[in-house]
Design a protein around this ligand. Structure first.
Ligand code: UD1
Ligand code: CA
Length: 467
């Protein structure tokens, strides 16, 4: 049986009070509609149509190739929204799942269960319902004495008795596709809101003698839609807890889940330990047996196995197996650290490659550089990569030694096994195996210390007399 999905995402989301269209607001680093698309993909939907209206172009730009689009120019209700897909889908035999772009917490497991029940019962429609503590504002499920679903009544059309019902319509359903589009033709807008309600399809199918079923979500939170920033933070919290739990189940130790922020697409290997204050963002992947944090942010960064990263910020960087980073290191885009490296305190790397076994232990800036393996870069050594106009490349060969407080004025090359003594300012290439020294020769003046102290003291006394 062919399974299709329609995602309603035309609403403006006025209550968000935002320039950004509602379904593009991220939850755990991913736009809400992205979560819904992921869910329909995991539930094996073959064809996905997104109904767009407000912010159509932005939504379409984000979703890209992932779906087909249909424009709902005026938002005349959920029934009207689905009907926009008539031209694309009405003739397709199969099952259609309907979801909202602003309801990101629904899981693929729940959609699969909904589809299973729908298919096994041979239903024309199956509603995903939930029992909620506060049904205010939501459509209520009306069942007969035998428990069969009869219809859905919207809040604004409820009698007081109906308003007391706590089983609500999440707004997600699956339908026999042909029957859905047939029934939609009969939906009218003669209700309290003057809208074409998708929910009316339930009653229409019932009256036509079709079978209508309901599947109650195991956790009502799955059906919670985001309408404002309060709801956005609530969705974030729920999603965050869910993501952390998934990693825990996969063998990751998370010391304090409440103080750990892992975005939706991050992957982490088993036996890695995450300390509090850690944010793992975007497409970050962390290998096995790592120790990450405390207080570390990794964005779009690839970390190998057995890596330690403490109190550091890494963006679009990579770190090889068994390396250690931090505390207080800053790896900017293009930092590529090899295996068994050390990047220590107050080290900044940008667009710089470090070969295996290389150490930059303290207080360095290495930018626009290609550094070989087993290199030692001493404390305070820096690449001088910018003259105010141009960026220059620094190349350092394997097993080279760069002494403390060296300035490497780029573009410049230091050959394999070369030795640059501390305090040098290197302006010319250093051939492989050579020693480079580029600093003033030291002069000692015998006994001169006492003389200079006396002179300084006299100067001070003189100035304090004058004032
Ligand atoms: C709808 C249901 C209600 C259910 C609730 C769950 C109807 C008539 N009512 O309520 O039973 O309890 O969802 O959240 O269906 N949208 C469009 N185009 C439109 C109208 C809506 O794309 O013309 C989209 C919105 O962007 C939103 C979703 O559909 O993502 C739901 O719309 P919303 O107005 O929030 O739903 P309600 O009518 O309040
Ligand atoms: Ca809503």
């Amino acid at each position: 049986m062919k399974v299709m999905a329609i995602i309603l995402a035309a609403g403006q989301g006025k209550r968000m009070k935002s320039k950004l269209y509602k379904v593009l607001h991220p939850v755990c680093g991913k736009p809400m509609v992205g979560h819904v698309l992921q869910t329909v993909k995991e539930a094996n939907c073959e064809r996905t149509v997104v109904v767009v209206g407000h912010g159509a172009e932005a939504v379409q730009a984000y979703v890209g190739e992932g779906a087909e689009f249909i424009l709902q120019e005026q938002q005349l209700g959920t029934g009207h929204a689905v009907r926009q897909a008539e031209g694309l889908l009405a003739k397709e035999a199969g099952t259609t799942v309907i979801l909202y772009g602003d309801t990101p917490l629904v899981t693929a497991d729940t959609i699969k269960s909904l589809l299973e029940l729908h298919t096994s019962k041979g239903a024309a429609a199956t509603v995903l319902t939930a029992v909620v503590p506060n049904p205010q504002g939501l459509g209520r499920m009306i069942r007969d004495q035998s428990g069969q679903v009869q219809r859905i009544v919207e809040q604004k059309d409820c009698t007081p008795e109906q308003a007391a019902i706590t089983e609500i319509n999440t707004g997600m359903y699956c339908f026999d596709n042909i029957k859905l589009f047939e029934a939609l033709k009969q939906v009218k807008n003669d209700n309290a809101q003057g809208e074409y309600y998708l929910t009316d399809v339930i009653e229409i199918l019932n009256q036509a003698g079709e079978k209508v079923e309901a599947f109650c979500a195991p956790d009502y939170a799955e059906g919670v839609g985001v309408n404002d920033r309060v709801g956005l933070a609530e969705a974030e919290q729920l999603m965050r807890t869910r993501i952390v739990r998934r990693h825990q189940i996969n063998g990751v130790t998370i010391i304090d889940p409440a103080a750990t922020y892992i975005e939706a697409d991050v992957t982490i290997g088993a036996d890695t330990v995450i300390y509090p204050g850690t944010m793992l963002r975007g497409s970050t992947s962390v290998g096995t047996d790592c120790v990450i944090g405390p207080n570390t942010e990794l964005a779009d960064t690839i970390i190998g196995d057995e890596v330690e990263v403490k109190h550091s910020v890494l963006t679009s960087a990579s770190v090889g197996n068994k390396s250690a980073v931090g505390p207080f290191a800053y790896l900017r885009p293009g930092a590529k650290v090899g295996a068994r490296c050390k990047v220590g305190d107050f080290v900044e790397l940008k667009n710089a490659e470090l070969g295996d076994g290389t150490k930059v232990s303290h207080l360095s800036y290495v930018g626009d550089a290609k550094v070989g393996r087993d290199v030692n870069i001493g404390c305070g050594a820096i690449t001088v990569n910018y003259d105010g106009y141009n960026k220059g490349l620094t190349e350092i060969g394997d097993e080279a030694f760069i002494g403390s407080n060296v300035n490497l004025i780029a573009p410049v090359k230091v050959g394999d096994s070369a030795y640059v003594v501390a305090g040098s300012t290197i302006t010319h290439d250093v051939p492989a195996g050579d020693l480079a020294i580029a600093r003033e020769r030291q002069v000692n003046k015998a006994g001169y210390a006492e003389k200079i102290r006396k002179r300084a003291k006299a100067k001070k006394e003189n100035t304090s007399k004058q004032s």
